[in-house]
Design a protein. Structure first.
Length: 131
């Protein structure tokens, strides 16, 4: 079984997220999502998600491409995670190009996929405030 892992906040889940998850899942047989906790978002990413961790987890569990969800509580957990969950492939959108190449040392294939243009959580929030 080829195991794939990716990470993110996935707030206001939109088709850009879904297309990332779809492509990630197609790279293997089992997709794990490291979902950023509310605390990680506010302390480390400086962003407050609209939906709580539990709500975002519930939404992601409803996505056919997602097989397993683990909490993302710090930047540094990836190395340990790919070992613990025996991951073969690490995937992120290419806005993170090169940032996680160090995981290759763990024998993991690191793949950055093109982001879906014209959609982002920030854009959704901005456009909703203009309604
Ligand atoms: N994404 C995408 N296309 C978009 C928007 C997002 O492909 N239009 C991808 C991002 O590149 C990322 C994933 O969807 O791979 C989740 O996006 P975010 O929730 O914004 O995740 P981010 O804040 O980048 O957190 O440790 C890694 C971080 O947790 C990633």
């Amino acid at each position: 079984m080829k195991r794939v892992i990716t990470y993110g906040t996935f707030d206001l889940l939109h088709y850009g997220h879904i297309y990332l998850l779809k492509r990630a899942r197609e790279l293997g047989d089992h997709l794990i999502v490291g979902l950023s906790t509310d605390e990680f978002n506010s302390v480390e990413k400086g962003k407050k998600s609209y939906f709580t961790y539990e709500e975002r987890r519930e939404l992601l569990m409803g996505v056919r491409y997602v097989d397993q969800i683990i909490p993302e509580t710090c930047w540094k957990q990836k190395r340990e995670d790919v070992r613990r969950y025996h991951c073969d492939v690490f995937v992120m959108g290419d806005d993170w190009q090169g940032k996680f190449d160090y995981l290759k040392d763990e024998g993991v294939e690191v793949i950055y996929l093109p982001r879906t243009p014209e959609i982002s959580t920030t854009m959704i929030k901005e456009e909703l405030t203009e309604l």
